[in-house]
Design a binder for this molecule. Structure first.
Ligand code: CMC
Length: 439
């Protein structure tokens, strides 16, 4: 059987044979489908929000949403969460293979060497208002980093890409912690390069007057696992922003700032913050049924539920639920945990959610963990951005090295006015007056 698709255009009766490669047809092959010789555009595929359009070929992350499978470079997410560290996983995403001992030591060394930020970056952050949202601070400061490393514009130079990648992965926790400490009016803590990636982040966030900050091992590990779970998620909104903006070939700091902006939105990285606010609003298990009725009546969404791709349990949510138990064993149990459990129980039984295949996603429990770590809700999307930087960069580099990729430029289906004669302002005023007199 040939790997082709035969399409018949019933407007003209003509048939076309389109090649199928890797389970896809090329949308540009539809251009040959034309109604007449004067039809210069040809047929386009219309796909608002990319519901069924692959924008790239990728070898990084695989998701089977129906079966609840997530693989980084072929490795199941739960296994990486159990056996790997965030830095190992980051190496895997960027390089395609898990590192050897030596590769890991070099990688960890390089990332650790780049954790400091320029003193002017601190001053830049000082300029923000005391109640500035840390995600807004992060996105503008990452954009500002581009001006500190003008050589980063040489994106076709592999060495420059490598250094930018180290810098971005390494500085993200520093900037995130500084954004937090700025909002608290606290001094900025220098990175402690003897600590792990997650341990150092906790140090920069929470060190007070002690000589040396010692992270609680259970919390350090839980945070590392959360970072692993959030490191990549194939072509989601922010990754698409990274690739799309990156396709115009700016430096990676500017492209990452665009990705952070996408992640800022409540339907994406802002969801865990929205989950916490929702749980606080519900307040007690008794009020859960009433809230669920409101969701079903279309008054609002059950945040932390549903996913564009997963139509089954999000495999990251399963790991996170276990992590929550681990964290709550060393912090006190979370007052809103019962509300979350009750919401999940009712929603998973309710026909509205079952029919639409709405299951808890990664954000349903991550907010509870972050709050147990004493993080303010505004910091939640920032906690997402730190590890996702790795995925963005891996995807960005894959896009740059893909000879088929060009500047991203979607088509449109134009439904506006046809060409018409310009109307002078005096005539427009006359028309408006006539219309209002008639109305
Ligand atoms: N609560 C109630 N109803 C929902 C929800 C929800 N959370 N999500 C989807 N639906 C309904 C929706 O109203 C629609 O119903 P109907 O067919 O009657 O109109 C149906 O389910 C399909 O929804 P959709 O909006 O077409 O689905 P989507 O794929 O466009 O949206 C989503 C995916 C994640 C934006 C959406 O499920 C949502 O808004 N969830 C809440 C926000 C959230 O938790 N986001 C975090 C996503 S995971 C983190 C990440 O990877 O970024």
């Amino acid at each position: 059987m040939p790997d082709t698709l035969t399409v018949t255009d019933n407007r003209t009766g003509r048939s076309y044979e389109l090649p199928i490669t890797h389970g896809s047809i090329r949308a540009t092959d539809l251009r040959q489908v034309r109604v007449s010789d004067g039809d210069t555009r040809g047929l386009v595929s219309y796909d608002p929000a990319f519901l069924n359009t692959a924008s790239c070929k990728s070898r990084i992350t695989y998701i089977d949403g129906d079966r609840g499978i997530l693989l980084y470079r072929g490795y199941p997410i739960a296994e990486l969460a159990e056996k790997s560290t965030f830095l190992e996983t980051a190496y895997l995403l960027v390089h395609g293979e898990l590192p050897t001992t030596e590769q890991h030591a070099d990688w960890a060394h390089e990332i650790t060497m780049h954790t400091l930020v320029h003193e002017n970056i601190k001053r830049f952050m000082d300029g923000f208002h005391h109640d500035a949202h840390p995600m807004g601070m992060l996105l503008s400061t990452v954009g500002a980093l581009a001006t500190f490393y003008p050589e980063a514009t040489r994106i076709h130079d592999a060495e420059q890409r490598r250094i930018s990648l180290y810098r971005l992965i390494a500085k993200m926790p520093t900037l995130a912690a500084y954004a937090y400490r700025h909002s608290r009016g606290l001094y900025y803590v220098r990175p402690d390069n003897d600590l792990s990636f997650a341990g150092n982040f906790l140090n920069m966030m929470f060190k007070m007057v002690e000589q040396r900050y010692q992270p609680v091992p259970e919390i350090e590990r839980a945070l590392d696992v959360l970072f692993i779970l959030h490191a990549d998620h194939e072509q989601n909104c922010s990754t698409n922003a990274m690739r799309s903006v990156g396709s115009a070939q700016p430096d990676p700091y500017s492209a990452t700032a665009a990705a952070i902006a996408a992640l800022y939105g409540p339907l994406h990285g802002g969801a865990n913050e929205a989950v916490l606010r929702m749980l606080m609003r519900i307040g007690s298990t008794e009020r859960v049924p009433e809230f669920i009725e409101g969701v079903k009546a279309g008054k609002e969404r059950l945040m932390g539920f549903g996913h564009r791709v997963y139509k089954n349990y999000d495999p990251r949510a399963t790991v996170i639920k276990e992590m929550a138990d681990q964290v709550f064993s060393v912090t006190r149990s979370h007052p809103l945990l019962d509300v979350a459990l009750e919401l999940e129980r009712i929603a998973l039984e309710d026909e509205y959610f079952v029919k639409r295949r709405l299951y808890p996603n990664v954000d349903f429990y991550s907010g509870l963990i972050y709050q147990a770590l004493n993080l303010p809700t505004e910091m939640f999307p920032v906690m997402f951005a730190i590890p996702r930087t790795v995925g963005w960069l891996a995807q960005w580099e894959e896009m740059l090295l893909d000879p088929e990729q060009r500047i991203a430029r979607p088509r449109q289906v134009y439904l506006g006015e046809e060409r018409r004669a310009y109307v002078e302002m005096s005539e427009r005023d006359g028309r408006v007056m006539a219309a209002s007199a008639a109305g």
